[in-house]
Design a protein around this ligand. Sequence first.
Ligand code: CA
Length: 493
Amino acid sequence: IREGGPQWKKVFGAFILTASHNPGGPNEDFGIKYNCENGGPAPEKVTNLIFENTKAIKEYKLCESLPAIDLEKPAAYNITGSKSLTVEVFDCTEDHTDLLKKVFDFEAIKKLFARKDFSFCYDSMNGVQGPYAKRIFQGEFGAPDDALMNCVPKEDFGGHESPSHGHADPNLTHAVELVARMGLNKEGRVVPTPAPAPAFGAAADGDADRNMILGRGFFVTPSDSLAVIAAHAHLIPWFKNEGGLKALARSMPTSGAVDLVAKDLGVPFFETPTGWKFFGNLMDSHLLGGENLSPLICGEESFGTGSSHVREKDGLWAVLAWLSILAHHNKDTAVGSLVGVGDIVRAHWRKYGRNFYTRYDYEQVDSGKANEMVARLVELGLDGLGAGGAAQSGFVLSTVDEFAYTDPVDGSYSANQGVRLLFADGSRVIFRLSGTGSVGATVRMYIERYQPPDDAAALEAETADALAPLVDLALSLSQVREITGRDEPTVIT
Ligand code: CA
């Protein structure tokens, strides 16, 4: 509901024209999403009904005499004819900024920006976030011009010639310019920078629902980001005003870092299949007669984070949550001794332990072979896989299963959500297939190893080193290289 607009009534749905985090522009990805009255993605029953209705369409008509409307200028346009119509053009940044002002303490963040030892940069990756970034980071917090990178939205996200190759996906591989400026390479290792790296960096995807958080020479995994935000939720005014954090949730392949925070806080925790609608259901559970789980914080390893202030992942929300956390830890620190992103994450590990985590994507794999691989892992099961190399490498398999989920709110059942190899020490290896289209399937392999907090040196290890033995084991158990014919994955995140 947009407040104050005389023409504006309750919004019952919205179409989103988006390439999301994929390359945009002619001959590239383009999608139409439909979101329902709660703001969240349409559930399957709605999209199925839409599809059924399209089959009955016999003709459509175009109104040639509709006047051109200036989409640059907020105004109400009254169009009269045999029927009359009002089209309201509004500034898209207004509502979101107003909402975020209710969630966060903008004055506290403004003080952080005013510090001489704080510096900031934000990469909108030529997606839709640019105008929002200008409005909030410049308009509200006074960030300098050069802090905002690629903030002019472009239809092709900058195209193939741009450093990101028009791939507006905020990760170490694609956010090339930001990652270099923050003093990192695409493996997340520290590299020298020509100018001192900013204290904080972040990026958004093409339609601004994903986010990546970086410190100076420090990459925060999306799973860790979710856990750190959850552990600091009590500092964010909106959660206080809404009666405190009530629940936490993550998608199944996301690391278990947030599980430990849920346990510590004593709040209900949910592990869902991949897809935001499962989180949306939990947020609205009380509307269907269930327990009230809102405010809830949730996230996915694929750089999505959010809470029940909306029913979608919200990249800007995650960035402001991090700025609030930084502002809190630096309330009383002297200028020159800023507590940075890396310091906050390391302190988190020292309390909860660290979930080392990586994801390997093998793209454009033959769908038949990919399905065979999954079926083979399930068939071999605990006995078949556990008897092999698992014991020799020091990892003891405790469960092999296929993840399935019964939604506690609407009772819907989702099967075949990925094969999980669960080890006795809490480590996990997960295989999921996605995109079984004409270009083949993508095999995603998720690797996670838990390091308890008692060994300070082990907590600081490089991710690639800490996970090497488990990666080797996963490759040999799954035979993913033999099956795909690829020595290396397409993307590592
Ligand atoms: Ca997106």
